[in-house]
Write a protein that binds this ligand. Structure first.
Ligand code: ADP
Ligand code: MG
Length: 717
């Protein structure tokens, strides 16, 4: 008896096996059986001739109506023209080689399967020298194969027709018996799932349509389980390291900070805070993701966690994706801490700590002081960019790392963090992201983290009003847009103008339409035009770090009225006095990105205004997407829409579409509940058997379905 891991050669012969290997990269029984039908056809209706399109690779089942063999006028030899029908429409076949031979076989009245690429000849669709197989030529079993009630249609390749794959599958199914189901029987029983043997037989040779669903349900489970096992193992190995236990203490910095907070925590902040406090008290590292809308108050949550760690005599580091953000975090942490954050200075409160900022653009003297404070432990909090963990910066005793904006921070970087604690301990890790993502995406993309979310905004936040400005249809609206900006500034507020491109590079036109509006062009245009009376600043990723910082500081201090910028302002920039944002060529941004961007306005007590300028026309898909951003402020809803629009393949990465990838049936949106269920099940299994030594089938499932080389792609997106 063969098993899933066996080589195909001994089962179906070298010729077929080589074909499968060369054309489809399929070499084992498991790979073949997990090459699922793309769809199914009823008898005789593989592809209807009526629906054929030029260029398609098709398989039709049809009857020969007539065959006409004639000499070619221009050159030697004969041509065979055959007309076939599927009962409704006709299709032309043409054979230029071995015409005599084919004429012998393709007699009127014969029925067969014909496959090839649809081309057009004298305005008539045809298949030129198609491959074909006549029904009476087939052995009893292969006829059965193709003319069963429900015919599987496989993803085929040139030279590897669907029916050839079907025949190989059939041969293999006749020979193998899969009695080593990788899934624990209790798990299958509890969910009423089919055995692997049944599921594989049903998906390839379904006795009826319902059985296809039964099969898919089980096979999807395999995929969900394979992904979640990887994450469960990763979580277990991260969590099983030793970490500095930091139980809350009374009379410390954290309590003093809570007492001074000028506002009451939201329920969400309190709950998440309690979870984090409990995590930090353990002697294994916390690995938690904190999701929360822009302005939901993540920074306060993080600072309370840092205070708890400082109370335990450890240090906390905060990492930001850019120097601008690092500097800003340091400022807002110092602001929030007040006299609790200036230890060693005049007027510091008792038990105060110090916040050190470490960036590349500091003077040598400042940097030396910050490094010293970090190494000595004088700084309870050290803020920097991600480089902080790769650098040789040494900490006195690092207990907690807070990472802001996860989507720029990958798993390898998280791993690097784990070696930074003192005495071989791993620091606790709190990752914060303002990008709301649907639950299952979080479970897959950040599968190795516990997930918390802040879903409500602190009371008293002003709503953001979003409007689309259709610049092509209503040019006067654009003039009005700039007038609105002038009005905002006259009221003492500030504004952002966001453009898709910097403008110092040769514009990429990718062949269609004009290049995107650039920051540099826009700034010049506004300065010399509608905003000539305002103070305009420019911010983008290619400015030197100190220039960036200077611009941000000037904007925060109100010395710049309008900041023309790229998406560098997308993450974390917090200037409450900025109340308006104009986004140029808005259709060029993703939905979640637009949502993220507009979160920069309306952070104070004045309602924010976001204007989405676009030249796309009413009724286009692009406009529909912008209308979605206009109509809702719910980031989770938008991220779901974004996912639907971008199609999930993009999320799991291109690897998913490769024929070797095992993730074929699972849908992140449609199978949310199953993925959540699999996550729990995977955790229980791995907790009990971390190396999967007693679950070899599951271990194979992981390596078979998720190519080990590609296991990483899940986090890299
Ligand atoms: P995030 O980092 O999630 O974008 P922040 O922590 O920066 O949000 O908070 C945004 C603003 O809201 C800050 O000015 C902060 O002081 C304030 N804030 C945070 N929590 C509350 C609360 N519970 N009540 C009122 N204001 C709050
Ligand atoms: Mg923030």
């Amino acid at each position: 008896m063969a098993t899933l891991r066996d080589d195909l050669k001994s089962l179906i012969g070298t010729r077929s096996a080589n074909l499968l290997a060369n054309k489809m990269e399929i070499t084992t029984v498991g790979e073949l059986l997990r090459h699922y039908p793309r769809r199914y056809s009823d008898r005789g209706a593989l592809t209807e001739i009526a629906g054929l399109e030029q260029g398609e690779h098709v398989t039709v089942m049809a009857r020969v109506v007539n065959a006409n063999l004639r000499r070619m006028r221009s050159r030697k030899g004969s041509i065979l023209e055959v007309t076939i029908t599927d009962g409704t429409k006709q299709l032309r076949l043409a054979f230029f080689n071995k015409a005599q031979f084919h004429a012998q076989r393709l007699k009127p009245g014969k029925t067969g399967l014909f496959a090839g690429k649809v081309s057009e000849y004298r305005r008539v669709l045809q298949l030129a020298h198609p491959e074909y197989e006549l029904l009476d030529d087939m052995s009893a079993s292969s006829v059965d194969d193709f003319v069963g009630e429900i015919i599987p249609v496989y993803p085929a390749a040139e030279g590897m027709q669907s029916w050839v794959i079907a025949r190989c599958v059939r041969q293999v199914l006749d020979m193998v018996e899969i009695d080593d189901d990788p899934m624990p029987p209790e798990l299958l029983a509890a969910r009423g799932l089919a055995s692997l043997d049944t599921a594989l037989r049903m998906i390839h040779r379904p006795p009826n349509l319902e059985s296809i669903d039964v099969a898919k349900e089980r096979l999807k489970w395999d995929e969900a389980m394979a992904i979640q096992l990887i994450f469960a193992e990763r979580r277990m190995s991260a969590v099983s390291r030793p970490a500095p236990a930091c139980p809350p203490v009374s009379g410390g910095l954290r309590e003093a900070f809570d007492e001074r907070l000028p506002f009451a925590l939201t329920d969400g902040q309190r709950e998440v805070g309690a979870d984090i406090a409990a995590d930090l008290a353990k002697d294994h590292p916390m690995n938690r993701l904190l999701q929360g809308e822009v302005g939901s108050g993540k920074t306060v949550v993080a600072l309370r966690a840092m205070a708890q760690v400082i109370d335990a005599g450890k240090q906390a580091a905060m990492l930001a994706p850019t120097e601008v953000l690092a500097a800003q975090h340091a400022r807002s942490l110092r602001d929030l801490l007040g006299d609790l954050g200036c230890a060693g200075e005049l007027g510091a409160a008792e038990g105060a700590t110090r916040v050190a900022l470490l960036t590349g653009s500091m003077s040598a003297k400042q940097r030396r002081q910050a490094l010293l404070d970090t190494a000595s432990g004088a700084a309870g909090i050290v803020v920097g960019t991600h480089a902080l963990i790769q650098d040789t910066v040494s900490f006195a005793d690092l207990g907690l790392v807070v990472v802001d904006e996860q989507h720029r921070f990958g798993v390898e970087q998280r791993d690097a963090l784990r070696s930074r604690g003192a005495d071989f301990t791993s620091p606790h890790v709190l990752v914060m992201t303002a990008t709301p993502i649907p639950r299952t995406v979080a479970m897959t993309v950040y599968g190795d983290l516990e997930i918390s979310a802040l879903r409500e905004l602190p009371a008293g936040r002003s709503p953001i009003k979003t409007s689309v400005v259709p610049a092509a249809e209503k040019p006067t609206w654009l003039d009005r847009t700039w007038e609105r900006i002038v009005e905002e500034v006259r009221k003492g507020h500030q504004a952002y103008v966001v453009c898709p491109r910097i403008g110092d590079e040769p514009p990429a036109t990718n062949g269609e339409g004009r290049p995107a509006i650039s920051v540099l062009d826009m700034a010049a245009e506004l300065e010399n035009g509608p905003l000539s009376e305002l103070r305009i600043g420019v911010l983008h990723g290619k400015l030197a770090a100190d220039e960036k910082d200077a611009v941000m500081r000037a904007f925060a201090a109100g010395k710049i009225d309008v900041l023309v910028a790229t998406t560098v302002i997308e993450v974390g920039v917090n200037v409450p006095n900025a109340t308006a944002m104009v986004i140029m060529d808005a259709e060029r941004f993703g939905l979640s990105q637009l949502h993220q961007l507009r979160g920069r306005v309306g952070r104070g007590d004045v309602p924010g205004l976001c204007l989405l300028v676009t030249e796309t026309l009413e009724g286009t898909a692009a406009r529909e997407r912008l209308a979605a951003v206009e109509s809702t402020l719910d980031g989770f809803e938008l991220s779901r829409k974004d996912l639907e629009l971008r199609r999930e393949g993009d999320i799991l990465g291109a690897a998913q579409s490769g024929s070797r990838s095992g993730l074929k049936l699972l849908s992140l949106l449609a199978d949310e509940d199953m993925i959540a269920d699999a996550r729990e099940a995977a955790l229980r299994i791995v907790a009990d058997d971390p190396s999967l030594g007693r679950h070899l089938g599951l271990a194979h499932l992981v390596t078979d379905l998720i190519d080990p080389d590609r296991a990483d792609y899940l986090e890299k997106t």
